[in-house]
Design a protein around this ligand. Structure first.
Ligand code: PHE
Length: 338
């Protein structure tokens, strides 16, 4: 191979390439595995020893030079293509870009934020509490001592051997933390994640969201509780719904209730209310004196009400979600609907 002649010839061919396909072809002809340069390198072994070094250097110089010519030509072709696209017919620079993917807030987040706004407008403060909680706050201070049968319904994830640390099974421990931190009178809500060691099915998951509410003041009565819950319902369903209270037992309230609301979706029974026209909305009650004491508040002077709203359940009601496991399944086909 005559290096100078080969390079000259390659240069002509490269310069006359009108597109990338032709350029690739020329590149392959010279630099490919079976190309001109490869053949020259392969032939070096057959030359007399004193010529080998020069022949090798020559071939490598040609190889490098051709590669540079090819790269330069590719850039020229790219620039020309862009130029003709810009100036040519059919290119509309005023077209909007391809639609960008945007995310959306998770349905639980949407419900939480709406309720936070609603309660803030009613003078409540929004509190946060730890998800890994001391037994004291999750149970003991809520009038649920170690041997209390109510612990049976809380299938707890214990975090250490002696059971002193648990994944909180409800948001109620924030009641006690609130009492320790705030001077009465006060109103607080505490939305957050809770955990129970559940066998999961369409209506139970090991991870779910609640929103605790607590009001402490002078002479707080069941009337105040009902009034607040009716306002809450109006905020959620955007109209007045009748409520009813059924007795419900929770060690940290006395009296304790299950509050039901008229089914917002039907007049005479549907699948949501299981044909009863009532939907079970939330447990609530007046704060037990023992709980006020545990929070450092004198039950002779102060009283209060508390409620626990199931946010996962509420989001399901609101959006007609039929399986709680969808909420944290991470399936985009589900999430994209919100
Ligand atoms: N913490 C209770 C639960 O998760 C609910 C509740 C909250 C009941 C506040 C009464 C008052 O089961």
């Amino acid at each position: 191979m005559n290096p100078e002649a080969t390079l000259e010839e390659a240069r002509d061919q490269i310069d006359s390439c009108a597109d990338h396909a032709a350029l690739k072809e020329v590149e392959r002809h010279y630099l490919g595995r079976k190309g001109v340069v490869a053949a020259a390198l392969a032939g070096i072994g057959a030359l007399p020893p004193e010529q080998r070094k020069q022949a090798g250097q020559g071939a490598n110089r040609v190889k490098q030079a051709i590669q540079e010519l090819v790269d330069a030509r590719a850039e020229v072709l790219d620039a020309a293509a862009l130029e003709s696209e810009r100036s040519g017919a059919g290119f509309d620079p005023s077209l909007p870009p391809a639609r960008l993917e945007t995310g959306s807030l998770h349905p639980i987040t949407q419900v939480t934020r709406e309720l936070e706004d609603l309660f803030l407008s009613m003078g409540y403060a929004v509190l946060d509490g730890p998800e890994v909680e001391l037994d004291h706050y999750n149970f003991e201070a809520l009038n649920i001592p170690k041997d209390h049968p109510a612990r049976d319904s809380h299938d707890t994830f214990f975090c250490d051997d002696d059971g002193g640390l648990v994944m909180r099974t409800h948001t109620s421990p924030v009641q006690v933390r609130a009492m320790e931190q705030l001077e009465p009178p006060f109103r607080v809500i505490a939305p957050g994640r809770c955990f129970r060691q559940e066998t999961t099915d369409a209506s139970h998951d090991h991870t779910f969201y609640q929103m605790e509410g607590m009001v402490v003041g002078r002479d707080i009565s069941v009337g105040h509780l009902i009034g607040a819950m009716r306002t809450l319902l109006r905020g959620i369903f955007e109209r007045d719904l009748d409520v009813r209270l059924r007795p419900g037992y929770f060690p940290f309230v006395e009296p304790g209730f299950e509050l039901d609301a008229r089914c917002p979706f039907c007049e005479d029974g549907c699948s949501v209310c299981k044909r009863t026209t009532w939907i079970e909305l939330l447990p609530c009650g007046l704060v037990h004196p023992n709980v006020l004491s545990a929070g450092g508040i004198d039950p002779e002077k102060w009283s209060g009400f508390a409620f626990g709203l199931g946010l996962s359940r509420l989001a399901m009601l609101r959006y007609g979600i039929d399986d709680v496991r969808h909420l944290f399944g991470g399936d985009l086909r589900f999430l994209e609907q919100f």
